[in-house]
Design a binder for this molecule. Structure first.
Ligand SMILES: C[S@@+](CC[C@H](N)C(=O)[O-])C[C@H]1O[C@@H](n2cnc3c(N)ncnc32)[C@H](O)[C@@H]1O
Length: 260
C-alpha cells in the first residue's frame, strides 16, 4: 500500500494511505469521477451551512470527551469525510492519535489538509469501514461515525455495531449520527414524508444539487427507528445505549451514544 508521508510538526506525523486497487482516477470514467466530486461538494455545502447539525453534535462530542478523557486517548473516525468535525472536536483535548477511514479519495485529500497542523498523530486510510473495523480489535477509546452506517441493511448494521464494540478498548465509547424513521414507517413512507420538507431545510443547495442528493437519499438511505438503533446497541453487548441528540422538527436524524 503506497504511503504519502507529510510531517505535521516536530513531534507528530500525518500518514495518508491510498489503496492501490481503488485508484478512482483509473477506475472511473471521467463523467463518473465528476459526479463523485460533485456529490462531495454537495455534502460539503450542507455541512458548511450546518444543515446536518454538525455544530450541535460536535459540541456533544466535545463535552463527552472532556468528561471522560483526562489522559491520552485514541480516536477512530469511521467514514471520516474531510475530518473537519473531528478536527474541531479534538482541539484542546488529550487526544494522542486520530485515525480516519473513508472510501472517498477526494474526501481524504481534504482531511489531510484539515489535519495538517494538528499537534497529534494522524492516520488517514482509503479503506472500507466495514472491513476496517473488524481488523482493529481493542484499538480505540472513542469511535465516531457520522451519517454512514444507514447505508447498510439491518443485519449488516447489527454486525457493524458488534464489530465497533469489539474495536473499543475497555471503557470506550461510540457515538453515531444517523437517519431515523417513525415506528411502523416503511422506507417508501419515509422518503415520501421527507422529499418536499428537506428541500425547504437544505436551503444552501441549488435545485440541481438537491435533485442529485435526493436521488442518493431515496436510493441508499435505510433509516431505523431510534428504539431500533438503541436495541441494536444492546444486542451488540454495549452496557448502555442512549439518544443524545435529535434534529429539530419531526424524525429525520438523531445521534446515539454507546458505552462498552
Ligand atoms: C454523508 S458523508 C459523512 C462524512 C462525515 N462522517 C460527516 O459526518 O460529515 C458519508 C461518508 O461516508 C463515506 N463512506 C460511505 N460508505 C463507506 C464505507 N463503506 N467505508 C468507508 N467510507 C464510506 C463516504 O465516502 C463519505 O465521505
Amino acid at each position: 500500500m503506497p504511503v504519502l508521508y507529510t510531517p505535521g510538526s516536530d513531534r507528530t506525523m500525518l500518514h495518508l494511505h491510498f489503496a492501490p486497487d481503488t485508484d478512482i482516477t483509473k477506475g472511473l470514467a471521467p463523467e463518473a469521477l465528476k459526479m463523485f466530486q460533485f456529490e462531495w461538494n454537495i455534502y460539503h455545502k450542507l455541512v458548511r451551512a450546518n444543515e446536518m447539525h454538525h455544530r450541535e453534535i460536535g459540541q456533544l462530542l466535545r463535552d463527552e470527551i472532556g468528561r471522560r478523557f483526562d489522559r491520552p486517548f485514541a480516536f477512530l473516525d469511521l467514514a471520516c469525510g474531510d475530518a473537519s468535525l473531528a478536527q474541531t472536536v479534538l482541539q484542546d483535548s488529550k487526544v494522542a492519535t486520530y485515525e480516519g477511514l473513508d472510501l472517498s479519495r477526494p474526501a481524504l485529500q481534504c482531511a489531510a489538509r484539515v489535519m495538517k497542523d494538528v499537534p497529534h498523530d494522524v492516520e488517514l486510510a482509503e479503506e472500507d469501514m466495514v472491513e476496517g473495523i473488524v481488523s482493529r480489535p481493542a484499538s480505540a477509546n472513542f469511535i465516531w461515525c457520522g451519517y454512514s452506517i444507514h447505508h447498510l441493511q439491518r443485519a449488516q448494521k447489527q454486525k457493524m455495531l458488534s464489530a465497533i464494540r469489539n474495536a473499543l478498548k475497555p471503557g470506550g465509547v461510540f457515538v453515531c449520527a444517523e437517519p431515523v424513521c417513525l415506528p411502523g414507517e416503511t422506507r417508501a413512507d419515509y422518503t415520501r414524508r421527507w422529499q418536499k420538507e428537506l428541500r425547504h431545510r437544505f436551503r444552501s443547495l441549488t435545485d440541481a444539487e438537491y435533485d442529485h442528493l435526493w436521488q442518493h437519499i431515496s436510493t441508499h438511505d435505510f433509516p431505523e427507528t431510534p428504539e431500533d438503533w438503541l436495541a441494536m446497541g444492546e444486542t451488540a453487548g454495549f452496557t448502555s445505549s442512549r439518544e443524545i441528540f435529535r434534529f429539530p422538527g419531526d424524525l429525520f436524524c438523531a445521534a446515539f451514544l454507546y458505552e462498552k
